[in-house]
Design a binder for this molecule. Structure first.
Ligand SMILES: C[S@@+](CC[C@H](N)C(=O)[O-])C[C@H]1O[C@@H](n2cnc3c(N)ncnc32)[C@H](O)[C@@H]1O
Length: 259
């Protein structure tokens, strides 16, 4: 499945008004636990500047700001950003693409993304941008759907995603085709180990993950290195590696029908 940015932005524009309610129902209340675990992993401190990428309506951002951090919420869907500004006037929302963040190098103490990386056309480019805008020593936290490692649970989960979820979504007033896209994007998303490799490939160190709800969701963490020699070697390696990574992700699909 390929994700064309315009189609993804349009789809989120459509679901924006019902987005949070549908998530709470579909996650059977687990979304609240996943968000709390994400905030603990980010560990926001008063006065820190924290970037929430693909922040949507700001539900992920508002929990971070409660600890006194200055949170910047970025999303490229005008509908999600408008809904977020309405709900959370104290959060700074910026409409921008995660693959081209409108910030300088080394600006943020922590960067986080919840349920967003999977939707981004080129997740490698987004990881590279998150690395760039983080200060040396800064924290990365990624909360994303993943793959339950136990086969039986995984089979039940796939059935839930493809049959139950679109049906529940239509009852709660959401566009059910958007939730069919969600199911497909989760199935095609890399597992915990592969995502860890992607994060390391972007230059992060101390990469680790922990499963939530038996691996339905995984919380990945990493750090931008502090050591100047390590930073320089990452920069050199990325200079050499940029082209192959982009080629791999940008290959045009034969067909890309999207809800
Ligand atoms: C499932 S929502 C998650 C929203 C929020 N982080 C949360 O946890 O509720 C995914 C968001 O990713 C955004 N998104 C997808 N691709 C993006 C990109 N390239 N740049 C910025 N935002 C993007 C969509 O607009 C959507 O709001």
């Amino acid at each position: 499945m390929d994700k064309q940015p315009d189609e993804v932005a349009g789809m989120f524009d459509d679901v924006a008004p019902h987005y949070d309610r549908t998530n709470t129902v579909l996650s059977m209340g687990n979304a609240i636990l996943w968000r709390a675990a994400t905030v603990r992993a980010v560990d926001p401190l008063g006065g820190e500047r924290i970037l929430d990428v693909a922040a949507g309506t700001g539900t992920s951002s508002v929990a971070l700001s409660k600890h006194g951090a200055r949170v910047v919420a970025v999303d490229f869907s005008p509908g999600m950003v408008a809904e977020g500004r309405k709900r959370h006037p104290n959060i700074e929302f910026i409409e921008a693409d995660a693959e081209r963040l409108p910030f300088g190098d080394n600006e943020f103490d922590a960067v986080t993304i919840s349920f967003g990386l999977r939707n981004i056309h080129n997740p490698h480019a987004a990881l590279a941008e998150m690395y760039r805008v983080l200060k040396p020593g800064g924290r990365l936290v990624i909360c994303e759907f993943s793959k339950p490692p136990v086969a039986l649970l995984r089979a039940g989960y796939w059935a839930y995603l493809s049959v139950v979820m679109p049906a529940v979504a239509s009852v709660t007033g959401s566009n059910s085709s958007a939730y069919e896209y969600l199911a497909e994007s989760i199935r095609e998303w890399p597992d915990q180990g592969q995502l860890s490799q992607w994060i390391r490939g972007a230059g992060f160190t101390r990469v680790a993950y922990r499963n939530l709800t038996a691996g339905v969701v995984a919380l990945h963490r990493g750090r931008k290195p502090i050591d100047a020699t390590v930073l320089a070697s990452v920069a050199k390696r990325k200079g050499n590696a940029t082209r192959p990574i982009k080629t791999q992700q940008a290959a045009p699909p034969a067909e890309s029908p999207k809800p």
